[in-house]
Design a protein around this ligand. Structure first.
Ligand SMILES: Nc1ncnc2c1ncn2[C@@H]1O[C@H](COP(=O)(O)OP(=O)(O)OP(=O)(O)O)[C@@H](O)[C@H]1O
Ligand SMILES: [Mg+2]
Length: 262
């Protein structure tokens, strides 16, 4: 990055930080009021979380990943991001959660994961103009031999996998290998710039992850990120600061299955 571009990025980060700090302050002032109905409280909490995560995303973008992070529960991170994603999807699109790796820990930065998941969710929403379902899922996957996928080859190892699947238009097989190229878009008339997946790919790399996509035209698209899976027995912090215990195996809770936009 040239010095001029870096100065411009820092100025923009400064401006955005100010706006986000103001948003955070307003949200906290409203949350301090008595008598808020639960639905309004949940909405304002989502705004506060969005402002916090926006700030973290700016810091992550400007400063890079920084020092290695303590392992944190992936499922808890996904659950927190899902609240934001639910508000990012179009009308008629339902968000389903299928979190299947309660023991899985990752060192991925939450801001990095947000960038991946928000971009993938935006694409999924665009691919379902008539509505449909976006499913966010996690699972454990052990790779025994190099697994050649598009766009990455996944080396052997133990992984916590996070996936975003949609029931949308799908991608034509001939263009599938090109969709991660910066600037490739089939949505230029709707303002698409072909930057989303290139940025997802870069973010996956930054958190030592590997990306893969599978798609069937007319049926939908499934994008996965394989993250190096950590295990441990200590309590770990979750994004947003609250203490999260290393989750015990548990049945999928009904509230996990579907987050409906209001
Ligand atoms: N979930 C999906 N379903 C169908 N096609 C997809 C999906 N995700 C990506 N694509 C295809 O890949 C192309 C590139 O996606 P990418 O996110 O990089 O750019 P974009 O969405 O077109 O624009 P931008 O992200 O810059 O707004 C899209 O134009 C679309 O053709
Ligand atoms: Mg996009």
């Amino acid at each position: 990055m040239t010095k001029r571009a870096r100065d411009a990025a820092e100025e923009m980060a400064h401006d955005l930080n100010n706006v986000l700090a103001a948003t955070l302050g307003i949200a906290e002032a409203i949350l301090a009021r008595d008598g808020l109905d639960p639905e309004t409280r949940a909405d304002i909490e989502a705004i506060r979380e969005g402002a916090r995560r926006g700030g973290a995303a700016i810091r992550w973008r400007l400063n890079g990943p920084g020092a290695p992070r303590e392992p944190a529960a992936l499922d808890a991170m996904i659950r927190a991001t899902a609240r934001l994603i639910a508000h990012r999807l179009g009308d008629g699109v339902t968000l389903a959660l299928d979190l299947g790796d309660p023991e899985g820990l990752t060192r991925a930065d939450p801001a990095c994961l947000d960038r991946i998941l928000l971009n993938l969710a935006a694409n999924a929403g665009h691919a379902m103009p008539e509505g449909g379902t976006v499913t966010l899922s996690t699972r454990r996957h052990t790779v025994a031999a190099p697994d050649i996928r598009v766009p990455d080859t996944i080396p052997p190892g133990d992984y916590a996998v996070v996936a975003v699947a949609d029931t949308g238009t799908g991608v034509r097989p001939d263009i599938l290998p090109r969709i991660f190229q910066p600037g490739f878009t089939t949505r230029s008339s709707q303002g698409g710039r072909g930057l989303g997946l290139a940025s997802v790919h870069a973010a996956a790399r930054a958190c030592q992850g590997f990306l893969s996509v599978a798609s069937v035209e007319g049926q939908g698209t499934h994008v996965e990120v394989h993250l190096p899976r950590e295990t441990g027995s200590t309590h770990v912090p979750s994004p947003g600061g609250s203490a999260a215990r290393r989750a015990k195996p548990r049945a999928l809770q009904p509230s996990d299955r579907e987050i409906q936009r209001r």
